[in-house]
Design a protein around this ligand. Structure first.
Ligand code: S3P
Length: 428
C-alpha cells in the first residue's frame, strides 16, 4: 500500500457488481428451467462458492467476459450432490441455501471456513424447522449443516432480528411450501430477494414490513443486470471524503433504498456528495460523486437506518473519526455476528491509530482524531474483507504504511480494490 500514500484520488470508476444481488441471481436462475443470463456479476470468492454449489446440483454455469450464463433443468430436476457443499466464507450462500435446499427436498451437507463454523445458523433453522424442514446443526447452532428432505408447510413468522438472509431463506423455502408464507419484519432489511423474485415471475406481495408468498410457484428464466455494490463503493466514498484534493465519481452503483443508508449519513455529516439516479426499474441504479470535505460534522445512527448500512459501519467508523464532534452507532449488535465480531475488530484496530472509542454492547462512540499516532504498526484483518479494506482506507488517510497480517480476504467481495485505488491515485 506504500505506493498509495500521499496522493489524492480522482476520476470515475465502476465498482464490482453487487454481492447480494449476484448470489440471488445465481440461485434464482438455477431454479428457473431454461437459460438465464447475469450481466456484470460480482466475480469474487463468495459468489464463486454459490456458483460452484449450484453446479454441484446439476446446473450448467459458464462465464465469459463479465456475463454469466446459467442453464437449469428446473427446480424439480436438480440433483442430490455427491459431495459436501462448501460455502467458504459466505454467510449469504450458507443461509440462503439452507432455505433453498430445504425447499427443494435435497439431501445435503453444507460447511464453510473457520469463520462460518462459528456463525449462528439456528436463526435460519428455527423458522425452517417450524415449516417442517429437517435440519441439524452442530451443537444446535453451527455448521456443518445437515439437511434432509421433508414436506414444508407455510408459516407466518415475526422476525426477531433484521436479517435479509433469514428473510430470504424463509421466502425460498416458502416457494416450495404448502400455503402462504408470511414474514413480518421489525425494521426493513435489504429487499433484493423480493425484487428479484418478482423479476423471475413470482407473485410476491410486499406491504410495508410484511412479505407474502404463495407456495407452488415456479420461476421463469430471465436476464439480470447487476449494478455496482454500494458496500464496495463505501470504501471509495469515505476515502474521497477524508483525503485532501480527492473527487471520485462512482458509476452505475446500486441505489436501492434498503442499502443506501450511507448516503443519508454523508448528508448528515455535510459531506460533499452528489447522487444521480439513472434508472429506478427493479433495482435503482445511479452515480455517486464524493469530493473531499474540510468540514465534516458527525453522525448519530440507531434504529431503522442500521440494516440499511450494516456492512458499511466499519468504514463509517473511519469517517466518524474525521468529524468535528463524536459520532454514535447504536442498535448494531448484529455486527458481532458477522465474518468476525466487527465491533471488537473496529475498536481494537482503529484504536492503534490513536482514535478513541467508547464501546457498547450494540455499538460505539467514535471521537474525532486529534493526533494520528500509531501505537502499533501490526494490524489484524481477522480474515474479514470489510475490516481489511477499512484499515487500508484509514492507513492511506493517515499517511501510514501499515502492516496487515493477511489481506487476502479482500477477494471475498472486492478482488480489484488495490488496483482500483492505483487507477484513481494522482500526485497531490
Ligand atoms: C446480506 C445480508 C446482510 C449483510 C450480508 C449480506 C444478504 O446480512 O450483512 O453481507 O445478501 O442478504 P444479514 O441479513 O444477516 O444482516
Amino acid at each position: 500500500m506504500k505506493s498509495l500514500l500521499n496522493h489524492k484520488f480522482t476520476g470515475s470508476i465502476k465498482v464490482p457488481g453487487d454481492k447480494s444481488i449476484t448470489h440471488r441471481a445465481l440461485m434464482m436462475s438455477s431454479l428457473a428451467e431454461g437459460t438465464s443470463t447475469i450481466k456484470s456479476p460480482l466475480e469474487s470468492d463468495d459468489t464463486f462458492r454459490t456458483s460452484e454449489i449450484m453446479s454441484q446440483l446439476g446446473v450448467s454455469i459458464t462465464n465469459e467476459a463479465g456475463m454469466i450464463t446459467v442453464t437449469s433443468p428446473g427446480a424439480e430436476n436438480l440433483k442430490t450432490p455427491g459431495d459436501i457443499l462448501y460455502t467458504g466464507n459466505s454467510g449469504t450462500t450458507t443461509r440462503l441455501l439452507m432455505g433453498l435446499l430445504a425447499g427443494l427436498g435435497i439431501n445435503a451437507t453444507m460447511e464453510g471456513d473457520s469463520s462460518i463454523a462459528i456463525r449462528p445458523m439456528d436463526r435460519v433453522s428455527g423458522p425452517l424447522g417450524e415449516m417442517g424442514a429437517d435440519i441439524s446443526l452442530k451443537d444446535g447452532k453451527y455448521p456443518p449443516i445437515k439437511i434432509k428432505p421433508g414436506m414444508l408447510n407455510a408459516i407466518e413468522y415475526n422476525m426477531p432480528v433484521a436479517s435479509a438472509q433469514v428473510k430470504s431463506a424463509i421466502l425460498f423455502a416458502g416457494l416450495f411450501a404448502d400455503g402462504e408464507t408470511i414474514v413480518h419484519e421489525q425494521f426493513k432489511s435489504r429487499d433484493h430477494t423480493e425484487t428479484m423474485l418478482k423479476q423471475f415471475g413470482v407473485d410476491i406481495m410486499v406491504e410495508g414490513l410484511t412479505v407474502k408468498l404463495q407456495g407452488g410457484q415456479s420461476l421463469k428464466p430471465r436476464d439480470v443486470l447487476v449494478p455496482g455494490d454500494i458496500s464496495s463503493a463505501a470504501f471509495l466514498m469515505v476515502l474521497a471524503a477524508i483525503t485532501e484534493g480527492s473527487d471520485i465519481l462512482i458509476e452505475d452503483v446500486s441505489l436501492n433504498e434498503t442499502r443506501a443508508g450511507i448516503i443519508d449519513v454523508f448528508r448528515q455529516m455535510n459531506a460533499d456528495i452528489e447522487v444521480n439516479k439513472t434508472s429506478s426499474e427493479g433495482e435503482a441504479i445511479g452515480n455517486i460523486r464524493v469530493k473531499h470535505s474540510e468540514n465534516l460534522s458527525s453522525f448519530e445512527l440507531s434504529g431503522d437506518i442500521i440494516p440499511r448500512l450494516i456492512d458499511e459501519i466499519p468504514v463509517l467508523a473511519v469517517l466518524g473519526a474525521f468529524g468535528s464532534s463524536p459520532s454514535v452507532i447504536k442498535d448494531a449488535k448484529e455486527l458481532r455476528f458477522k465474518e468476525t465480531d466487527r465491533l471488537r475488530a473496529v475498536i481494537d484496530e482503529l484504536s492503534k491509530f490513536g482514535i478513541r472509542f467508547e464501546e457498547f454492547d450494540d455499538g460505539f462512540i467514535v471521537h474525532p482524531i486529534t493526533e494520528i499516532k500509531l501505537t502499533d504498526n501490526d494490524f489484524k484483518g481477522y480474515h474479514d474483507h470489510r475490516i481489511i479494506m477499512m484499515l487500508l482506507v484509514m492507513g492511506i488517510a493517515a499517511g501510514k504504511d501499515i502492516n496487515i497480517d493477511d489481506p487476502s480476504a479482500i477477494s471475498v467481495s472486492y478482488p480489484g480494490f488495490l488496483e482500483d485505488l492505483e487507477q484513481l491515485k494522482q500526485a497531490r
